[in-house]
Design a protein around this ligand. Structure first.
Ligand SMILES: [Zn+2]
Length: 129
């Protein structure tokens, strides 16, 4: 883990746009969140399977219940997938040295915004409210 991020830290130091400590911290957070989300995606996949009810072993109500559970699980998976994609894109921008640059206007994204949402691709002016 430490060895893996050593290269990143070096590149980060070449980018003066943001306080180095802050960016290193964000990079670690992004890495951890990607790892957590990937695990959750694997676990969450089980919940999205169709309810085993075709053989009639569970009642109609519990079938509806499990269908609803399934929808919730799918929705959670979708949101995880979306966040995971944004996090990975943010990590790629870190590698490419363009992290923290708004994809909309090319200005720097506010540090406070990145600390709150490290994967943010847009500054607060360009992000949809
Ligand atoms: Zn912008």
């Amino acid at each position: 883990m430490l060895l893996q991020s050593a290269g990143h830290v070096f590149r980060v130091m070449l980018d003066p746009a943001m306080d180095i400590d802050t960016q290193v911290e964000l990079e670690i957070r992004i890495g951890e969140e990607i790892e957590t989300l990937e695990k959750e995606m694997v676990d969450g996949e089980e919940g999205t399977a169709p309810p085993e009810s075709l053989d009639g072993t569970i009642g109609r109500l519990s079938r509806q219940d499990s269908l609803m559970q399934q929808e919730l699980a799918k929705d959670a998976q979708r949101r995880r997938g979306l966040r995971l994609r944004l996090l990975k894109e943010a990590r790629e921008r870190m590698d490419g040295g363009t992290y923290g640059i708004c994809l909309g206007c090319g200005e720097e994204i506010e540090d406070a915004r990145l600390i709150e949402t490290p994967e943010a691709p847009l500054c607060s002016r360009c992000a949809p409210a």
